[in-house]
Design a protein around this ligand. Structure first.
Ligand SMILES: Nc1ncnc2c1ncn2[C@@H]1O[C@H](COP(=O)(O)OP(=O)(O)OP(=O)(O)O)[C@@H](O)[C@H]1O
Ligand SMILES: [Mg+2]
Length: 327
């Protein structure tokens, strides 16, 4: 876990880049830092591996103040992917990936298998790419190597500063998917800086929206879409994305989480039960015949969702009515 406690950063020329942030990045989670250019994302990130020293406040990793930690040791335990890839041009791909493991004293037979495993993970055939130099790879391939290099020594923390920003949209989506599936197996603590709200919504467990050296909101993608904290966050997410989630919001408004799952705030007489694999037509006719405003969607005797007549109308209006459509 990484904790920022009232952290400030004033650069030597007087620029107040960070104005007292409190931020908790839970162990094993991917937290995205997002916000406009100059809001302090890179500054925040570089304070974690001590490339930049805070002017005030404290940063703790697993409860330990990092100002007491040796920075070389600290950085060996923190993978870092910088924006412009940062592969060393005079080293082969294998040498690049195994750099930190070698610095940590791993033996050749220990890191060799690891290099192959990582290259396979991002779809680069080890026998073809291992002995090439970075400039003999495409931009997207270099970026993949940049990402797996940060994973090579299995650091518990990985910092990624706009790692996919230089990529075309297709490679970018691919790498996002790859990162997500890698994270599903390795569960590292990842801080991921991006400008791209769709990227953040797709890959992050939690998103910190920053503005002008402050954190405006820290929330899960779902919470952010359902309940943006203020106008700035709303504008940053964009009205279209918010609108797409209005249906979810309606459902959430009539449900309440008691800690042991969702409980209805609806009275029993306001809904009738319907199996989850029913068709839209069956749902519509049940609403009509019962005169009740809601349907409770059931699967294996569990309540899994609520549908209102306006949800049905909205679905039909946006997707058209087809006989075979199910809930
Ligand atoms: N070495 C420095 N000296 C003075 N000011 C700096 C320095 N580095 C960054 N800044 C300023 O601090 C603020 C935050 O910069 P930072 O690089 O953290 O922003 P960012 O959110 O990463 O932006 P971007 O999205 O453009 O990368 C900016 O106003 C920037 O000009
Ligand atoms: Mg930056």
């Amino acid at each position: 876990m990484i904790e920022f406690q009232n952290v400030t950063k004033v650069y030597e020329d007087g620029t107040k880049a960070i104005k007292g942030i409190n931020l908790t990045i839970p162990k094993g989670k991917l937290v995205a830092l997002i916000g406009p250019s100059g809001c302090g994302k890179t500054t925040t990130m570089k304070m974690i591996n001590k490339l930049i020293a805070p002017s005030g406040g404290k940063i703790l990793i697993d409860g330990k103040d990092i100002s007491d930690t040796d920075e070389v040791e600290l950085r060996r335990n923190i993978g870092y992917v910088i924006q412009r890839i940062g592969l060393l041009p005079h080293m082969t791909i294998e040498e690049n990936i195994s750099l930190i493991p070698r610095l940590k004293g791993w033996k050749k037979e220990e890191y060799e298998g690891r290099v192959d495993e990582l290259l396979n993970l991002v779809g680069l055939e080890p026998d073809i790419y291992k002995n090439r130099y970075p400039l003999e790879l495409s931009g997207g391939q270099q970026q993949r190597v940049g990402v797996i290099r940060a994973l090579a020594a299995e650091p518990p923390i990985i910092l990624m500063d706009e790692p996919f920003s230089a990529l075309d949209p297709i490679s970018r989506e691919q790498l996002q998917d790859e990162l997500k599936s890698i994270q599903n197996t390795i569960h590292k603590t990842i801080v991921f800086v991006t400008h791209d709200i769709d990227e953040a919504l797709k890959i992050a467990d939690e998103i910190a929206v920053m503005r002008d050296g402050e954190i405006e909101q820290m929330a899960t993608p779902r919470e952010l879409l359902m309940d943006p904290a203020n106008e700035f966050v709303r504008a940053f997410i964009g009205e279209n994305r918010l609108k797409d989630h209005q249906t979810h919001k309606q459902v959430m408004n009539i449900m309440r989480d008691d800690g042991d799952g969702f409980h209805m705030m609806l009275e029993e007489e306001e809904y009738s039960l319907i199996p989850f694999d029913s068709s839209i037509k069956e749902a519509a006719s049940l609403l009509l015949t019962t005169g009740k405003p809601y349907l409770m969607v059931m699967k294996d005797d569990r309540k899994i969702g609520i549908i209102s007549s306006s949800d049905i109308l909205r679905t039909v209006a946006s997707e058209g009515y087809r006989e075979e459509n199910t809930l």
